[in-house]
Design a protein. Structure first.
Length: 259
């Protein structure tokens, strides 16, 4: 593990806020997390995990050991009689993963296309859009328990999913999500009940649903690469304005499983 001091996080958050972290390392496999915890204790700094940076408001100076989630990998785990079981590393870009599932012939996530962030952050917020939420297709995840210092598995029932909520959001200091496994139905039907999608009709394709979702999102929000934004407003900004570590006139960073 390489710890880089005074690391510039400006390009690591979709708001494009100027920010520098005291120490930063890339997390490319689970073994790095134990080393980061040791570094956190050694330097007397908290550990913070940063994914795509789409749900954070950063301080100009982040006094922490920051782990950039970069665990990669996408694969078909199993095909049952009814479902395609797919898995992705927590550092995978969420939209890229959705696009990969459709290219691979595994529809189901198309309504969730275009949401900024990483796969690992998706269960934390139980992301949702256009009538679909992650928990609809969730099977399990692997996480690192920073309190017990061990790997653990969570099924759907043990994640405590709610509307834009989960046990990982309620207890943000404890778990670092490493991979997520989803079950996508072989007998696929489009979910076009949400306003703006009804015109597609029952005989539409998953690719057309994704294209329409991306067009709708593009009409509502600018591309964060051109004009910084958080990707959503109703719970994202509430969190940013009410974070315990935020103080008047300062910027903060959520932890440890930020988007």
């Amino acid at each position: 593990m390489i710890l880089t001091p005074d690391f510039d996080l400006t390009r690591e958050n979709t708001l494009g806020l100027k920010s520098t972290a005291r120490l930063v390392a890339r997390i490319e496999d689970a073994s790095v997390i134990s080393a980061l915890l040791d570094a956190s204790e050694r330097h007397g700094l908290p550990l913070r995990i940063l994914g795509g940076g789409s749900n954070v408001v950063l301080r100009e100076s982040v006094e922490a050991v920051v782990g950039l989630m970069r665990i990669a990998g996408r694969r078909l785990v199993e095909q049952t009689a009814t479902h395609n079981i797919v898995e992705a590393g927590a550092g995978e870009n969420w939209h890229d993963f959705v696009a990969w599932t459709l290219r691979s012939g595994f529809p189901g996530l198309e309504n969730l296309a275009g949401i900024p962030g990483t796969v690992g952050a998706a269960p934390v917020q139980n992301i949702g859009a256009y009538g679909v939420q992650l928990s609809d297709y969730f099977l399990s995840l692997t996480a690192f328990d920073t309190r017990e210092r061990k790997l653990c598995e969570f099924d759907r029932d043990s994640c405590g999913f709610g509307y834009r909520n989960s046990r990982f959001k309620s207890d943000p200091e404890r778990y670092v999500i490493l991979s997520v496994t989803l079950e996508l139905p072989k007998c696929w039907k489009p979910d076009c009940g949400y306003a703006g999608l009804g015109r597609l009709g029952a005989d539409t394709t998953a690719d057309k649903v994704m294209a329409h979702v991306l067009a709708l999102r593009g009409a509502k929000l600018p591309d964060w690469r051109r004009l910084g934004n958080a990707g959503s407003f109703f719970t994202t900004l509430w969190s940013a304005l009410h974070m315990p570590i935020a103080s008047k006139g300062r910027r903060a960073i959520r932890s440890p499983t930020a988007a």
